[in-house]
Design a protein around this ligand. Structure first.
Ligand code: PLP
Length: 410
C-alpha cells in the first residue's frame, strides 16, 4: 500500500482517484487521500494468505453476510471486484439493453455512465442541484421519455440524494432505481442507511480512496432475489456456482455449467479480509471525518467560498469528500488555490471534471455545457480538501491555517 502511495507519478492514469493516490512525492506532503489501515487489517490479510485460500471463498462469504446484516434482514449482498463491476451487473440483471435510456447525473465519475454504454443502452445526462450537487429531481423528470428504464442517483461526497422524491418519481414512471453509493458508506436518508432504501439495487466501492477501502472491490446490494441470483452468476463467467462451492462446498465435485456469457467480477478473499476489518471500523472512521468536516465548516465560515451542506438533522453524511467552491470575489482562483496549497505541502483534488466536459461524453452525446449550468459552475470553482480518518489534529490545523490565509483571513 505504501509503495503505491509513494510512487511519484500517475500509476496508469486510469482515473482521477488513482492520480489522487499517486500525488505524494514528498515525505512531508499531506496527501489528498490515505487509507486507514491498522494492524487488525494486516493481521486479517496475513491470516488469509496463510490459510491457502486467496480468491473468492470463506472471507468473501463472511463479508457478504456481515454487509447484508449491517443493512437489514431482507437485503442480499453480492461482493464484486469493483463498484463499476457492481453497477454493470445491476443494470444487466435489471435487463437494461440496446434502445433503453438510463438517466445519470453529469457531476460524477465516468464509471456511473460507462456501465450504461457497456450494455448498449443510452445514458441520458442531467444537471445537479446547487449546493449538494446530487441529481436534480426536476431535471430527471424532464429527461424521462418512453424509452427510459432506470435512473442512477449518485450520493455525491457522501450526502444522500433526495431519495424520497427520486423513488416516488421512479415509481410513477415505472423506472428502476440503481444507486451509485461509491461515496455513501455509511450515509442515511430519512434515518435509513443507503443500501436499505426501497430501490432495485445499490452499489458500494472499496476502492483505495473510499471510506471503506480494500484496494479494489465493490458490493451490490438488493432486496430482489432474482437480481441477486443473476448478479452471482454473471460475476463469475455465467457459471451456476461459485469457485468455492465447486471445490470446497458440500456439493463438491468437478461439474459446473455455464448458463450465460458472464464476466470476471469476483472479489478475492484477500480483499474481503481487508474490507471485513474496515467495515467493522466504518463508524469509528466516519466519526473522525465528521469531526474534520465540522472543523472545516466552522473555520471557513465567512471565507469567500461556498461550503458543502451538512446532512439534515438526524441523518448521517459519510463525508467521503469535502468540496469547497471558491467564489469569484476570493483573492485567488480555484487553480491558484490548488497550486498554493500544493506549495504548502497539501494535496487536493477536484470532484469531478463533469462528464459533459470529457471529450468522449461531450462529443458522442453532444453535451453542451450550457445545459448543465450547476455542474459547470461548480467544476470551475471546486477544490476537494483532504478528509480522512488518518489525518491528525496537526494535519487538520495545517489545512485550516493554509486555506484561511490564502483566502484572505489569516
Ligand atoms: C469510485 C467511484 C466509482 C467506481 O468505483 P470502483 O470501485 O473504482 O469501480 C463509481 N462511481 C463513483 C461516484 C465513484 O466515486
Amino acid at each position: 500500500m505504501s509503495d503505491l502511495m509513494m510512487r511519484p507519478g500517475p500509476v496508469d492514469g486510469r482515473h482521477g482517484c488513482l492520480a489522487d493516490l499517486a500525488a505524494t512525492p514528498l515525505a512531508d506532503f499531506l496527501p489528498f487521500a490515505l487509507p486507514d489501515i491498522t494492524s487488525a487489517e494486516i493481521d486479517e490479510v496475513v491470516a488469509c494468505l496463510r490459510s491457502g485460500w486467496i480468491t473468492t471463498g470463506p472471507k468473501v462469504a463472511r463479508f457478504e453476510r456481515e454487509f447484508a446484516a449491517m443493512l437489514g434482514s431482507d437485503v442480499e449482498a453480492v461482493a464484486v471486484s469493483s463498484a463499476t463491476a457492481g453497477l454493470h451487473l445491476a443494470l444487466e440483471a435489471a435487463g437494461i439493453g440496446p434502445g433503453d435510456e438510463v438517466i445519470v447525473p453529469v457531476h460524477t465519475f465516468t464509471a456511473t455512465a460507462e456501465v450504461v454504454v457497456y450494455l448498449g443502452a443510452t445514458p441520458v445526462f442531467v444537471d445537479v442541484l446547487p449546493g449538494q450537487l446530487t441529481m436534480d429531481p426536476e431535471a430527471v423528470e424532464a429527461a424521462i421519455t418512453p424509452r427510459t428504464r432506470a435512473l442512477m442517483p449518485v450520493h455525491y461526497a457522501g450526502l444522500a440524494c433526495d431519495m424520497r422524491r427520486l423513488i416516488a418519481l421512479a415509481e410513477r414512471h415505472g423506472l428502476a432505481v440503481i444507486e451509485d453509493a461509491a461515496h455513501a458508506l455509511p450515509t442515511t436518508h430519512g434515518g435509513i442507511l443507503i443500501g436499505a432504501q426501497p430501490t432495485l439495487a445499490t452499489v458500494f466501492s472499496f476502492y483505495a480512496t473510499k471510506t471503506v477501502a480494500a484496494g479494489e472491490g465493490g458490493m451490490l446490494v438488493t432486496r430482489d432475489p432474482a437480481i441477486a441470483r443473476r448478479a452471482r452468476v454473471m460475476r463469475l463467467h455465467g457459471i451456476n456456482r461459485d469457485v468455492f462451492d465447486r471445490y470446497q462446498g458440500k456439493g463438491g465435485g468437478w461439474y459446473y455449467e455455464v448458463v450465460a456469457p458472464g464476466f470476471k467480477y469476483n472479489l478475492t478473499d484477500i480483499g474481503a479480509s481487508l474490507a471485513l476489518v474496515q467495515l467493522a471500523r466504518m463508524h469509528e472512521m466516519r466519526a473522525r471525518r465528521e469531526f474534520i468536516a465540522r472543523a472545516y465548516l466552522d473555520a471557513f465560515d465567512g471565507l469567500p467560498v461556498d461550503l458543502p451542506p451538512a446532512a439534515p438533522p438526524g441523518d448521517m453524511h459519510a463525508w467521503h469528500l469535502f468540496p469547497i467552491l471558491v467564489r469569484d470575489d476570493a483573492p485567488m482562483s480555484r487553480n491558484e488555490l490548488i497550486d498554493a496549497l500544493r506549495n504548502q505541502g497539501i494535496g487536493t483534488s477536484v470532484h469531478y471534471v463533469p462528464l459533459h466536459m470529457h471529450p468522449y461524453w461531450r462529443d458522442s452525446y453532444v453535451l453542451e455545457a450550457e445545459r448543465f449550468p450547476v455542474s459547470t459552475d461548480a467544476y470551475r470553482r471546486m477544490v476537494s480538501l483532504p478528509i480522512y480518518s488518518k489525518m491528525s489534529d496537526g494535519n487538520l490545523a495545517q489545512v485550516v491555517t493554509a486555506v484561511r490565509q490564502l483566502l484572505g483571513q489569516p
